[in-house]
Design a protein around this ligand. Structure first.
Ligand code: NI
Length: 251
């Protein structure tokens, strides 16, 4: 299994070693959001062989971001454990007043990804149309739309750009009919698994802290919705993730 998007930090887990140990036969891709989380991404992926990292400035962090933060990301892109840029994107739910600043940082980080031929992990909340237009215009095609939550119609547009849809714990929630519709109608080749730990814990553990191992329960739900075996889901989504993040080995 590959958890293609989560946040692991010593401040969020007092049993971090244990959480990582549980994934020892699997891969975890952690994303940074700002200066300090990017430092921690570097630290954790050097320390654990099954952890890879993405570095990025999250839209909620752009107001305090500096040129140095961008330079830090660029400087570390040649590290073999850094496999992408993320999490980046647009968030008009928390912040509507700085749309132009968010777009500027999103575009600059996409440019960096293009320059180094890296995938991007994209956060989009209440901003799906602008996210789509920026990605379309960028002509970058290594894209993970993390925690995809928009319509089936929009999903098809993103897939045309070459994007993979990151499917997480929300799929297991009772009120997720729209996402279930997406998963049912989109071919497995376009889907990857994620947890967004420590948030968005899937059923049957909703209410507890999320952890990467719980991608299993997301896969189980995908298998149920698509009426296929869990092994097929795990194998295919793992291959999709390994291809997108250019991790060239077999698990
Ligand atoms: Ni996230």
């Amino acid at each position: 299994m590959v958890d293609t998007h989560c946040h692991l930090s010593y401040k969020d887990y007092d049993n971090l070693e244990e959480v990582i140990e549980k994934m020892k036969n699997h891969i975890i891709i952690i994303s940074g959001c700002d200066r300090s989380s990017n430092y921690e991404v570097m630290e954790l992926c050097q320390k654990y062989s099954n952890i890879y990292g993405c570095l990025g400035i999250h839209p909620e962090s752009v107001s305090s971001a500096t040129e140095d933060d961008l330079a830090y990301i660029e400087k570390n892109l040649d590290n073999s454990k850094i496999v992408g840029i993320g999490e980046i994107g647009l968030d008009y739910y928390w912040d509507k007043d700085n749309k132009e600043i968010q777009k500027k940082w999103f575009n600059r980080q996409i440019e960096l990804a293009k320059k180094y031929n890296k995938p991007i992990v994209v956060h989009s909340r209440d901003a799906i149309q602008d996210t789509y237009e920026i990605l379309r215009d960028s002509k970058h095609n290594k894209i993970d739309i993390h925690c995809y939550s928009s319509s089936l119609e929009m999903a098809r547009e993103f897939i045309k750009l070459g994007a993979k849809l990151g499917i997480g714990g929300v799929l297991t929630f009772k009120n997720s009919d729209k996402l279930k519709e997406v998963v049912k109608n989109v071919d497995l080749q376009h889907l990857i698994l994620e947890t967004d730990s420590p948030y968005l814990t899937p059923e049957p553990y909703r209410g507890k802290k999320n952890e990467p191992y719980n991608v299993y329960y997301v896969a189980l739900k995908i298998a149920e919705i698509k009426n296929i075996s869990i092994d097929t889901v795990l194998e295919e989504t793992t291959n999709n993730a390994l291809t997108l993040f250019d991790l060239n080995f077999k698990l």
